[in-house]
Design a binder for this molecule. Structure first.
Ligand code: SF4
Ligand code: SF4
Length: 436
């Protein structure tokens, strides 16, 4: 066992209101510069929708010349040298500026000088990069109005035959995303210059700006498309997990400013010797459990001794023991990884949204706020379990159903207590919980 520490995040999707405060404050702190106008280290995308950058989940589109080797590491597909050179120099598999959507601003002087028209604003949008007038055709949240139309969303397209998209089942929710600071980061594996690296002390993945040569293989290699190219400096940039802040004990900008208070930040311990094996598990449906399996119990004396032997300080071990991340993933069992089938072992996990019951399907006569009924009617939730499973468990509905049942039980239990009623212990015990 080789114990390592990792800074990780869990986001509770039920609490995200899509206000984009996290994105804006992150941008002000980290990408408020020339060359990265189009970049959002933190973005909040609409689900269902195309995501940001557009269609990043369409892995066939981006896979190109990459494959996993036997150790679960990303490498260029076997082939002649010429092919490898062509892949490196041409690198045709990056999103275009249209996929990120072109950033625009307004000629605010014209707000006052332009003649009145029927449309507002009267000033034409212009590109923030070229300054030229632009016709905006798409941005990351234009999907808000689709409400379950499977056509633009590669994940929903996959499950659309299971999901009857009638009016009663129209749904949407927000998915905030940052770099996953993966345990098996394909951006690091794909960098020819050795500029991308994973910090050994806390697992934060960074770009050494002095070593980066602008190959952009990391942009191609990251399945979450969370590395960006600064077209002014010619270097790659990405989310730094706000390391200058966390090193002095303050949270990331996105966590601190989140209006919904939905971002939990904390340390976990994991067994570095088991990462490659877990990343290369054959059956995709086993990947969620495999990824959970590399995490270690910070209360286990054997783990504590091994961690000390690796030089992890005692106050870090204490932080891991009191970490909300460990509790949410293991004790409460309500957090799931995003797209474990990408096999990079992401370290930003999500509590899936517990949407209301669609009563036309459940036939309960309840609106879903009575969670006692919700617990029984878990398959009649507005957001189809199949869709959440494609996002969080490589299509396996069983773990998602278990998480939603636990969330429903917690809601029911606490709701009764808050209303001054007697808590129903049977609901808690039915999902293996002993109390609030
Ligand atoms: Fe690298 Fe992408 Fe994983 Fe971030 S999400 S660590 S950029 S592979
Ligand atoms: Fe969601 Fe919080 Fe970001 Fe607002 S600040 S969009 S609530 S994650």
């Amino acid at each position: 066992m080789r114990v390592m520490a990792q800074l990780a995040m869990v986001m509770n999707l039920d609490k995200c209101i899509g206000c984009h405060t996290c994105s804006v404050t992150c941008k002000q702190a980290w990408t408020n510069r020339a060359g990265v106008e189009y970049v959002w280290f933190n973005n909040v995308e609409t689900r269902p929708g195309q995501g940001y950058p557009r269609t990043y989940q369409d892995q066939e589109r981006w896979k190109g010349g990459w494959e996993l080797n036997r150790r679960g590491r990303l490498r260029l597909k076997a082939g002649g040298r010429l092919r490898k050179l062509l892949t490196i120099f041409a690198n045709p598999l990056m999103p275009s500026i249209q996929d990120y959507y072109e950033p625009w601003t307004y000629d605010y002087d014209r707000l006052f000088s332009a003649p009145a028209t029927q449309d507002t604003p009267v000033a034409r949008p212009r590109s923030l990069i070229s300054g030229e007038p632009t016709k905006i055709t798409w941005s990351a949240n234009w999907d808000d109005n689709l409400a379950g139309d499977p056509s633009p969303d590669p994940v929903l397209r996959k499950v659309s035959d299971q999901v009857k998209l009638e009016f009663e089942r129209a749904f949407m929710f927000y998915l905030p995303r940052i770099c996953e600071h993966c345990l098996n980061p394909s951006c690091v594996a794909s960098c020819p210059s050795g500029a991308m690296y994973k910090r050994s002390e806390d697992g934060i993945v960074l770009v050494d700006q002095d070593r980066c040569r602008g190959w952009r293989m990391c942009v191609t290699g990251c399945p979450y498309k969370k590395v960006y190219f600064n077209h002014r400096t010619g270097k790659a940039e990405k989310c730094t997990m706000c390391y200058p802040r966390v090193e002095v004990g303050i949270p990331t900008v996105c966590s601190e400013t989140c209006v919904g208070r939905l971002r939990y930040l904390g340390l976990i311990l994991y067994d570095a010797d088991r990462v490659a094996e877990a990343a290369s598990v054959q059956d995709e449906k086993d990947l969620y459990e495999a990824q959970r399996g590399v995490m270690l119990d910070p209360h286990d004396p054997e783990v504590i001794a091994a961690a000390r032997a690796e030089g992890i300080p005692d106050d870090w071990l204490e932080a891991a023991r009191s970490s909300p991340i460990h509790k949410l993933i293991f004790e409460y069992g309500v957090a799931l990884p995003l797209h474990p089938e990408y096999r990079t072992m992401p370290m930003v996990w999500y509590i899936p949204p517990l949407s209301p019951v669609v009563d036309v399907l459940a036939g309960t006569g309840h609106d879903g706020e009575d969670a006692g009924n919700l617990f029984g009617a878990i398959d009649a939730l507005r957001i189809p379990i199949g869709y959440l499973a494609e996002l969080f468990t490589a299509g396996d509905p069983a773990p998602v159903r278990g998480v939603l049942q636990r969330l429903a039980a917690m809601r029911s239990y606490m709701r009764r207590l808050n209303l001054g009623q007697k808590a129903d212990e049977s609901i808690a015990t039915a999902v293996g919980m002993t109390g609030p």
